[in-house]
Design a protein around this ligand. Structure first.
Ligand code: MG
Ligand code: ZN
Length: 221
């Protein structure tokens, strides 16, 4: 057992070296890359689709998706957006090597924003840097208000938090104050947007936040 910790550290430092190379390539091509993380069913693809629909007239967007099947990606490709499927081979997270290997499949210098949809999982995706600039964490009302208390690493590493499916609040015992308190302890001042993909609630504020980051992308990091 004492040997397990150095092994994990070595894996993560090898991962970080590749992530650093990816970041350099993204910066050279002027692309802001975001890593979208959530539980399965939290609404990653729905948020991405709605975000693309709102922004793609002003922002050149590409998408990478870590998934086993291209189901979600086909919906995104229908919007006329360049997409790349990262075959995770059933892995429970994306790592820097998978993302780096997929970079040549997109014409990066023709993009302003690269959206990477991580594997649905609130645990290990938080531990693997991908070389992206911002971590977008999506929680959703049906998952319950205790998620920050159960999965602290995911919330600690977030640059923005979307709380999706707000339209279901009236049917669930979801205490937004309790949820936010858990987040605030881990990540004080974290940008937080309650949204609903179904009703569109809260989307304007999230889109403004993201649009600002894309505009300032050369200085984000
Ligand atoms: Mg999806
Ligand atoms: Zn994993």
């Amino acid at each position: 057992m004492p040997n397990t910790i150095p092994v994990v550290e070595n894996i993560l430092s090898a991962n970080d070296q590749i992530a650093t190379q990816t970041r350099a390539q993204l910066d050279r091509d002027g692309v802001l890359a975001i890593n979208v993380m959530a539980s399965p069913g939290g609404g990653k693809t729905s948020v991405i689709l709605k975000t693309i629909e709102a922004l793609h007239d002003q922002v050149r967007i590409g998408v990478m998706d870590g998934d086993i099947v291209p189901l979600d990606l086909e919906k995104i490709a229908e919007l006329g957006i360049p997409v790349s499927l990262i075959n995770t081979g059933g892995n429970c997270h994306l790592d820097a090597n998978m993302v780096h290997g997929a970079l040549p499949s997109l014409q990066l210098d023709a993009l302003d924003l690269l959206i990477i949809e991580n594997v649905g999982n609130l645990i290990c995706p938080a531990a693997f840097k991908l070389g992206t600039h911002l971590n977008i964490v999506i929680a959703s009302v049906p998952e319950g208000d205790d998620k920050p208390y159960k999965y602290p690493a995911m919330f600690k590493g977030a640059d923005v938090l979307l709380l999706n499916k707000m339209d279901l609040c009236e049917y669930q015992d979801f205490n937004v104050d309790y949820f936010r308190h858990g987040v605030e302890v881990l990540n004080p001042g974290l940008a937080f947007f309650p949204i609903s993909c179904r009703t569109g609630e809260g989307f304007d504020a999230w889109l403004d936040w993201l649009r600002d980051r894309v505009t300032q992308r050369s200085s984000v990091g």
